[in-house]
Write a protein that binds this ligand. Sequence first.
Ligand code: CTP
Length: 426
Amino acid sequence: MNEMAGADASTEATGRPSLVLGVAGGIAAYKAAELLRRFTESGHDVTVVPTPSALHFVGEATWAALSGRPVHTQVWESVHEVPHVRIGRSADLVVVAPATADLLARAASGRADDLLTNVLLTARCPVVFAPAMHTEMWEHPATQANVATLRQRGALVIEPAAGRLTGVDTGKGRLPDPDEIFAICMDVLARGVGVCDLAGRTVVVSAGGTREPLDPVRYLGNRSSGRQGIALARAAAARGAEVTLVAANVTLPDPAGVKVVRVETTEELRDAVVSAAGSADAVVMAAAPADFRPVSATETKIKKTGDGTAPTLELTQTPDILAEISSDRLREGQVVVGFAAETGDETGSVLELGRAKLARKGCDLLVVNDVRGGAVFGADDNQAVILDADGTEVDVPAGSKTDLAHAVWDQVARRLGPAPAATEPD
Ligand code: CTP
């Protein structure tokens, strides 16, 4: 194998963040090559540390060429540079993708039998594991116990995605999309050590806009893209929460580590949110449910009459999910968060209407967006004030939807107090 680069690869030495990409021996190793490209193309120095068995799936030459760095699997190479200590110590982030059942077991028990497990023992930066394996292996109590141990020690273990596995099998165990693992890693890298402040918490986020059918081809809908809800779900997963995303007509990719429930109408959204809220520490209603729906949808397409008259739509009100969740409080201590897109009118300013809505809905926090002039919908940036039922207000300056998402989780975390996983002894 190649000689180890002599220069220190840390951020201090190069000015660029220094990442370690650990690759364990699973078929999903080929997807890690795509993840590596995302890291290098976005200006990160990446040292790839495959396990010996990972090289059965993707060879050393691929990792070396894509990272522009030498690749080692054992501690016996370039020993004079003490790589088993240096690589872990100088990393700003270690991500293992895919993490196999065996790698998780070795990491949880503190083994140091190859270079990657040595790196995991010496790293003092955030560590992200993206497991991928067959469903039975993931669900095995031994694997689940190892995952719980790693999480208690502060590692972020991303839930695998569900879908097609090797061969004809389908189920939970797929490596999430490399773009989404990349997004989580960037989030963790930006936030640094101690990022898993929602570990042990279960949260529900709704996103998107509902569609209320008129006939088999038409619906009443709205312009919500689901971006803010996706950003909330992704940010919560990056902070270690178990996340259910109830997505109404969202066409964006599923965030890594998030359970996605797809719905179309406000009624379906209500049922999915209420069912998930029973075990949730926090519910964030970022979706835009239609307030009204046609009294009935016709089974056949509504045709023009030919005499120039248009049909009259009879509408009925849909359930107010936020108000229902807030008054029912399905779990003690649950934090309920609403969003309000306001323009202000003759009855009040944007904030006055926001305060009135917070009281009317009975939620704990209300994120108020000023949407005068069509701002927010479909945009990448967002600006808001977070109103708390205790009277406090937090101004969130213009920034990305991810920034706003973290500001919301900061307030949720403050209300929830220390996370259970963080208070358990190792
Ligand atoms: N919401 C809900 N169920 C509905 C409508 C809205 O849970 N049927 C939630 C939204 O997800 C959001 C909050 O309520 O978190 C505020 O939405 P908004 O449309 O501003 O509230 P409305 O009650 O519809 O108020 P308005 O009369 O101002 O439209």
